[in-house]
Design a protein around this ligand. Structure first.
Ligand code: GAL
Length: 681
C-alpha cells in the first residue's frame, strides 16, 4: 500500500462530509468541528458532489472554502479523503456541452438532472473531469491531511449514444478482428442475425436487438472496460502528481439481498484501485428475515470484496441509522450500529465511514440517517452510538492491516452471473445464482469457518476446499484450473447448471465437457427444471432430503454415488456424487437441496479436512465468530446477531480489547453484543 495511507495508524472513522451544502451557514460549519471531536471521528471524505461549488461557472474556480475545511479538519487531528467531483455535473456543463448527457437503450437523450449519468465516452466530459482533477492534485496533493483519493462516486450505468456505439464497435474489432468471427461467436445465422459490416452492430436495446446473448455479454464487458477507461482518465493526474496517495472508488452491492453489484465486473475494476472500498447498506431489522440471516449476507459480500484484492478494504459508506431508499427505512435499534460496524471490521474492513456526516436540510436525502441530525445535538441517540463506535475503534486499532486466513473458498463469477441471468430456459425466477452461493456460505458462517469469496481467475492452491456451484458459463481454462486444483489435492464442490456454455455463451457440443467428466467422474445427461411447487427428494445416508427447482440426471462413471433421487422417472439414479482424482476429491451436487442437507453434507467434508478455527469457543446459535490475524496475534470478533441473550464459553486466555482486561470464561452476551478478543501468537 502506498505510503501516505500506511502512515495512518488509526482505523478510519468518519465519512462523507458535504460542507458545500452549508456554505451559507457559518455557525453550522463551526459546530461541525466541535461535533467531530465529540463523535470520535478522524476522517472526512470531502468534495464528492462539489463541482458547482468548485467551478461555479466554466473556468472560474473557487477552492477557498475547501482550503479552509481541509485545514480545519487537519488542525484538529483529522485526515481527509478527497473526492473528484465527477459523480454529478454542474448545470452549465450540460447546457453548454449536451454531448455529456447520457443516451438510454431506447436511444433517448436524457435531460440534465440527478447524478451518476454521464456519457463515459464524451471527450468533453473526459477533458473537463481531468482538468478538475489536475487542479485538485496540484492544490491539495501535498496537504498533510490528504490520505487518499476517492475518484468520482459509485460508477454505474451505460450510455448508448453514437460515440459509445463507435467505441463499442472498436472494442469488438479489437477482440474479434473480423466480422465473420463476430458472427461465429454470437451464432449469427440464428434468425438471420448475420452482420456484413461493423456499422450494423448496435448495443442491445429494448426496442432493438436484445436476443443475441453473445452481444449482450460483450456489451456488459465493454461497459466495464469503458467505465474503467473513464476512471483511469480521471486518475491520470492523481497518479502523475501524487504517486504516494492511494486511489479508490466506492463499489456497491445490489438489492436488499446484498448480492454483488450486477452491472460492472468488479473483479476487473479491482485491479485498478489501490485499495478497494465499498458502500454497505443492509436492511437491518427487516420483516422478511432474521438478523442472523441478514448478517450472513453481509458477511458474504464483505468476504467477496476483501478477497478481490486479498487485502483489507474500506467501508466507504454505511449509515449510522436508517437510509432513505429502502421500501421501509427503519432506524437501527440501540446496539445494532456498534454490532454492524464490528462485523464490517471482522470481515476485513479497516474503516467505518458514513454517508453522511450531517443530514442535508433539503432535497432527496434530507431524511437519510447521518451522524449529526437536524437537531444538531450531541445528545442524540444515534450521535452517541457513533461516538461509542469511535471509542471502540480507537481501542482496537491494532487490528488495522490484519487479514483473514481462510481455508475455504467459494467461487463467484460476474460473467457467469450475467450469462445465467440472460439465458432463456430453466426457471425464470429460480436461477438465483448469487443467492445459492449465499446459502452454501451460510453453512460456514454458522460454523465460524472463515471463507474467501474468490473469482475463478484467482489462485486456488491455498484453499483446502473450493465450492463452485452453478458455473453455467465456464471457460475451458477454468475447467483445467479446477482439474489441476483437484489433482494437486484440493477438494472441489460443484453443482447442477454447470459447464453448459463457453465464454461467448455458445453451448458445449458432444455432451458434458470432458474435463468436467474427468473431474467429477460422472456424465450429465439432462437437467430437469421443476415448477415452484414441485418436490423431489434424495436419500443421503439414512435420511431423505427435499430437493427443488433443479435436478440433474447423472450417469456415474468413476464416481461413488452418495445420494439417489427418490421420485420421478429418474428415481434411484445418482443425485450426489464423489470422485477421487489423484490427490484430491470432487463432489457434485446434482439437485437444489435445502440448508439441512448442506449442513450434513459439509459437516463430513469439514471433519475430513479437520477445519476448526474456534476450538476455544463454545457458543450458541446466532453468535458469529470471525478472525483476523497478523504476525503477532489473532483477533476474534464474537458477535451476537440475535435479539436474545446468548451463552458463550471461552477456554484459554484472551484479552478483551474493548474492556481492556482478561476475558471471562463464561459469558452471557447481550442481544447485539460484541467482544473483540486478542490472543497472542
Ligand atoms: C450511496 C451514495 C451516497 C448516498 C447514499 C445514500 O449510494 O454514494 O451519495 O446517496 O447512497 O444511501
Amino acid at each position: 500500500m502506498k505510503n501516505i495511507y500506511n502512515n495512518e495508524k488509526r482505523l478510519l472513522h468518519g465519512g462523507d462530509y458535504n460542507p458545500d451544502q452549508w456554505l451559507d451557514y457559518p455557525d453550522i460549519l463551526k459546530d461541525d468541528l466541535r461535533l467531530m471531536k465529540l463523535a470520535n471521528v478522524n476522517t472526512m471524505t470531502v468534495g464528492i458532489f462539489a463541482w458547482s461549488a468548485l467551478e461555479p461557472t466554466e473556468g472560474n474556480y473557487n477552492f477557498e472554502w475547501l482550503d479552509k475545511i481541509i485545514d480545519d479538519v487537519y488542525n484538529q487531528g483529522g485526515r481527509v479523503i478527497l473526492a473528484t467531483p465527477s459523480g454529478a455535473r454542474p448545470a452549465w456543463l450540460s447546457e453548454k456541452y449536451p454531448e455529456v448527457l447520457r443516451t438510454n437503450d431506447r436511444r433517448e437523450k436524457m435531460l440534465h438532472g440527478g447524478r451518476h449519468n454521464h456519457c463515459f465516452s464524451s471527450p468533453i466530459y473526459r477533458e473537463k473531469t481531468q482538468k478538475m482533477n489536475y487542479k485538485l492534485a496540484e492544490r491539495y496533493g501535498n496537504h498533510p491531511a490528504l490520505i487518499m483519493w476517492h475518484v468520482s462516486n459509485e460508477y454505474s450505468g451505460d450510455c448508448h449514444c453514437e460515440l459509445c456505439q463507435e467505441n463499442f464497435r472498436d472494442w469488438l474489432k479489437n477482440k474479434y478482428k473480423t466480422i465473420e468471427n463476430v458472427n461465429k461467436a454470437w451464432w449469427g445465422p440464428f434468425w438471420s442475425h448475420t452482420y456484413t459490416d461493423w456499422s450494423q452492430i448496435e448495443s442491445p436495446s429494448s426496442i432493438g436487438e436484445n436476443a443475441v446473448h453473445g452481444l449482450n455479454l460483450d456489451w456488459k464487458r465493454f461497459v466495464t472496460d469503458q467505465t474503467i477507461d473513464f476512471y483511469e482518465n480521471e486518475a491520470k493526474p492523481l497518479r502523475e502528481l501524487t504517486p504516494n496517495v492511494p486511489i479508490t472508488t466506492n463499489f456497491m452491492a445490489d438489492t436488499d439481498d446484498l448480492i454483488p453489484f450486477q452491472s460492472l465486473n468488479y473483479e476487473k475494476f479491482s485491479k485498478h484501485v489501490d485499495i478497494l472500498s465499498w458502500d454497505c447498506y443492509p436492511a437491518w431489522h427487516n420483516d422478511w428475515e432474521t438478523t442472523k440471516d441478514l448478517a450472513t449476507k453481509v458477511g458474504f459480500i464483505n468476504d467477496l470484496y476483501r478477497s478481490l484484492k486479498q487485502q483489507p478494504f474500506l467501508i466507504m459508506e454505511c449509515t449510522p441509522s436508517g437510509v432513505n431508499w429502502h421500501n421501509v427505512n427503519k432506524a437501527k435499534r440501540p446496539g445494532m450500529h456498534t454490532l454492524a460496524s464490528m462485523q464490517l471490521l471482522a470481515h476485513g474492513s479497516d474503516s467505518v465511514l458514513y454517508f453522511q456526516w450531517r443530514k442535508s436540510r433539503g432535497s432527496s436525502e434530507k431524511f437519510h440517517g447521518a451522524v449529526v441530525d437536524h437537531d444538531n445535538s450531541e445528545e442524540n441517540r444515534v450521535f452517541k452510538e457513533v461516538s461509542q463506535v469511535g471509542e471502540i475503534l480507537d481501542k482496537i486499532k491494532e487490528i488495522k492491516g490484519s487479514m483473514k486466513q481462510s481455508k475455504v473458498a467459494i467461487i463467484y463469477d460476474w460473467e457467469n452471473d450475467w450469462a445465467l441471468k440472460d439465458a432463456q430456459g430453466f426457471g425464470k425466477e429460480s436461477r438465483r445464482y448469487p443467492q445459492t452461493l449465499q446459502s452454501h456460505y451460510k453453512y460456514f458462517w454458522d460454523k465460524n469457518i472463515s471463507v474467501d469469496v474468490v473469482t475463478p481467475q484467482q489462485d486456488l492452491s491455498k484453499y483446502s476446499l473450493v465450492v463452485a456451484p452453478m458455473m453455467y458459463m465456464m471457460t475451458e481454462e477454468t475447467m483445467d484450473r479446477f482439474r489441476d486444483y483437484v489433482k494437486n489435492g484440493g477438494v472441489l464442490v460443484g453443482s447442477y447448471l454447470s459447464g453448459l456454455v463457453n465464454e461467448t455463451d455458445l453451448t458445449y457440443l458432444g455432451g458434458w465437457p470432458k474435463t468436467l467428466q474427468e473431474i467429477y467422474g460422472i456424465d450429465v445427461k439432462e437437467i430437469d427444471t421443476l415448477y415452484p411447487k414441485d418436490r423431489n427428494s434424495i436419500k443421503f445416508g439414512n435420511e431423505s432430503f427435499e430437493v427443488v427447482d433443479y435436478c440433474t440426471i447423472i450417469e456415474a462413471k468413476e464416481a461413488e454415488v452418495l445420494a439417489k433421487y427418490e421420485e420421478d422417472f429418474y428415481k434411484n439414479t445418482p443425485a450426489i456424487t464423489k470422485n477421487n482424482l489423484e490427490k484430491g476429491k470432487a463432489y457434485f451436487i446434482g439437485a437444489r437441496t435445502n440448508q439441512e442437507f448442506l449442513s450434513k453434507f459439509y459437516d463430513k467434508i469439514v471433519k475430513d479436512l479437520d477445519i476448526n478455527e474456534v476450538e476455544d469457543f463454545i457458543s450458541e446459535c446466532g453468535i458469529s465468530i470471525q478472525i483476523r490475524e497478523n504476525e503477532d496475534a489473532k483477533y476474534y470478533f464474537v458477535m451476537n446477531f440475535t435479539e436474545e441473550e446468548k451463552n458463550i464459553e471461552i477456554k484459554g486466555s484472551y484479552i478483551d480489547l474493548i474492556l481492556g482486561k482478561e476475558a471471562e470464561i463464561l459469558n452471557i452476551m447481550k442481544p447485539y453484543g460484541v467482544y473483540v478478543l486478542k490472543k497472542n501468537k
